[in-house]
Design a protein around this ligand. Structure first.
Ligand code: SF4
Length: 273
């Protein structure tokens, strides 16, 4: 029986290459459900990804897609949006792709408030490239480059996005599927740079090394450590240890990059774009 969301996937590119129990498929399906919720056409929606396990998603999704270079999805997406502002442009990236290799592109995309929806699949590690520590690997967690535990302090990508100028910032987890879909759909609604951190389990490169049990155990860990924003705000500091907030963490209004650019064109005498 064909299910409604299957029209959004390239059936001839399936099955996917992700490991059994990987959370990337959950986040990918949340994206198409959010697109479906918005009623966006596949012909008017572009998916752009970088490099890594998460970025393989663009190959499976039946939209106009671009699988770009490591860390470079946001500049490619910015070019697409400026060339044709009528397109809906979604970026899929991973924690390493977005906050390490593409870190500068990320902060400047936020600063410019480009009308993009960036979904960062955060599995706390470089999966595809060999299990190295990424900027979101927790302090003390093991990786192939940190066999005795990482000593680097961890980026909070949501705080980084907010500080850099993103106008919609949210976090959800692979355990909270409907919530994740809603957070992405709200990001699609925002006219400006939207950043959604989708926490996903990587049982192979992160879970195994850190003895986190089965994929189901990793999902339960998310269930037990995520705290909705309203409850988080009331949580005393000492009870926040090893927990993290989820939900819409920040939103604001600001002119988006394309509209600002139009104003420049007008000031310059109304030349064609
Ligand atoms: Fe998923 Fe991790 Fe396997 Fe990559 S290495 S496909 S993130 S489980």
């Amino acid at each position: 029986m064909e299910r409604s969301f299957e029209q959004y996937f390239r059936q001839n590119h399936l099955p996917h290459l992700w490991c059994p129990g990987c959370g990337n498929g959950i986040a990918m399906k949340s994206i198409v459900q959010a697109v479906e919720k918005k009623g966006w056409s596949q012909d008017n929606t572009v998916i752009v990804s970088g490099i890594g396990c998460s970025s393989r998603a663009s190959g499976y999704m039946d939209f106009d897609t671009l699988h770009t270079a490591h860390g470079r999805a946001i500049p490619f997406a910015t070019g697409i949006k400026l060339a044709n502002p009528d397109l809906n442009v979604i970026v899929i990236t991973g924690d390493g792709d977005c906050t390490a290799i593409g870190g500068n592109h990320f902060i400047h995309g936020c600063r410019r408030n480009v009308d993009l929806t960036v979904i960062m699949f955060n599995n706390n590690i470089y999966g595809m490239t060999g299990g190295q520590a990424s900027p979101t690997t927790p302090v003390g967690a093991k990786a192939t480059t940190a066999p005795y535990g990482s000593v680097d302090r961890t980026f909070d990508a949501c705080k980084l996005a907010e500080a850099a100028g993103a106008t919609y910032v949210a976090r959800s987890t692979a355990f909270h599927v409907q919530h994740m879909t809603n957070m992405i759909a709200d990001g699609l609604d925002n006219k400006g740079f939207s950043f959604i951190e989708a926490m996903v389990q990587c049982p192979t490169a992160f879970g195994r090394k850190n003895r986190m049990g089965s994929p189901a155990d990793m999902l339960k860990w998310m269930r037990d450590h995520a705290v909705m924003k309203a409850a988080w705000d009331k949580l005393p500091e000492e009870k926040r240890e090893d927990k993290f907030p989820t939900g819409c963490l920040y939103s604001s209004q600001a002119i988006d990059y394309d509209a600002a650019y139009d104003q420049v064109i007008e000031r310059a005498g109304g030349a064609d774009k």
